[in-house]
Each structure stands twice: as C-alpha cells, then as structure tokens.
Design a protein around this ligand. Sequence first.
Ligand SMILES: [Zn+2]
Ligand SMILES: [Zn+2]
Length: 262
Amino acid sequence: MSNYLLACIAVFIFFYSISLLYITIFYHRCLAHRALVLHPVFEKFLWKTSCWVTGIEPKAWVCMHRLHHRHSDTQKDPHSPAHSGFFKLFISQSLYYEEILKKIRNYDPETLEEIADIDYPLHPLHQKEGFVWLTPYFLHGAIALSIALSTGLWAISLCYYFGLTAHPFQGWAVNSFGHAIGYRNFALPDQSTNNSFVAYAVMGEGFQNNHHRYPDSPKFSVKPYEFDIGYMFCLILRTIKLADFDTPKLGQEKLDTHKEMS
Ligand SMILES: [Zn+2]
Ligand SMILES: [Zn+2]
C-alpha cells in the first residue's frame, strides 16, 4: 500500500472520529442521556464548536433522540426502519430533524418540554430560518479545496471533507441496522438489535439493543466479546478529569434472550 493511500486513510479516520466523538460522547451520552458529566469548561467548548464540526444542532439532535427512545419503532419514532423503510430512513431522519429545528425556533411547547433540561440556546448557526446552518459544510469544503489547489493533494482533501461530514451516514447506519439486523441480548418491546459491524464503525452506537436496555449507561457493550470504543474514550476523559461517571455494572441479571434477526 502506498504511503499516499495510507495518509488518505489516516486523514479520513482522524476527521471521521473527531466528528463522531462529538456526537457519541457529547450529544448522545452526555446531553441526551446524562450518562456522564463533562467538565463545565470542556462542555461549553464542545457546545460552542459542535455545529462547526458536525453541522448538527445539539438541542435538535437530543430532542429527536429522546423521541426515538420514547417511541421506539412505533409510528411516532422519528427514525425507524419499521415504518420509514431501511433506505428511505436516510431521508426521513433528515426531514424530521429539520421539523424539530423549526418547532424549537417556533417555541412549540411539547418540543421544548422534551429538552427543558438543556440550558443552552439554539446554536447561533441554527437560530434563524434559511441556509446559515450550511456554513460549516461550505467552510470545510473551502478548506478542503484550498488544500487541494495549493498542494495538489486532492484525495487527502476529500478524505478530510467526507470524514468530517459523515454524520448523516453514521446516523443512518445506526438507525437502520441497529433496529433491523443483528442479535438481541434483551427482549425489549422495540426492535433494537446489536450490530457488531456498525458498532465498531460508529464507536459502540451499533449496540442498540444493549443501549435501549440501559439508556442511562455511558457504556453500550454488555458481553465480554462486545467492545464499545466510545466508552473507551469516556474512560480516557474520566482519567484526565474531563468527565465523571460511575463505572456501570451491566448485564448482571440473566440475559433474557439471544435471538438472531434478519
Ligand atoms: Zn435506537
Ligand atoms: Zn440513546
């Protein structure tokens, strides 16, 4: 494998991971479920930079995610392959996200109630209607283009851009595979599954069945052969005093089912 190809892969993985860490640690485990507490200065930094990195508004993401947990795989679930369709879910999750953003802007009481504990205002990039929220995508596109034009490293520039803006694909993989294809450790009323491939590609998020069983846990893996990469980062953050949480003891009770689904 050439050095250039290796550099492309490294750049893609690096920026893909940065964006994903914002989502899985900050948006999901910290804000949506309060499974860990972040150092206030660090949390503020993450909030201020969140939209610039991921392009996604934290409050709207949290609201959509909490609705997903509340109504998993029913008609009210914002994204379920059970009613959106496996591939159409990619579009429907984005449309629902847009709808929630509008409801927050318009002070819809039910929507605001769902996120009443989130102290932050809407991120400035998302406070007004229009296309201002696309700014990070254009900014990163401009950065990638400048690097490519000035150095000729087009493939590396593309890896930087698509690594950083991969969230819609990461979300689709979790929301579709994680509720349709995989094994189940717990017999829950929803259709959540553990999909190991997605779990490793999206830092533990693919262990949806485990996560729906223990939504308040910072750790999504339960069995000895399951490994939650996101939780590893939680442990690192706790070691350097940027996060705090109690070490969870999951799966102590008898695992009730282990059903393969297709
Ligand atoms: Zn889920
Ligand atoms: Zn969740």
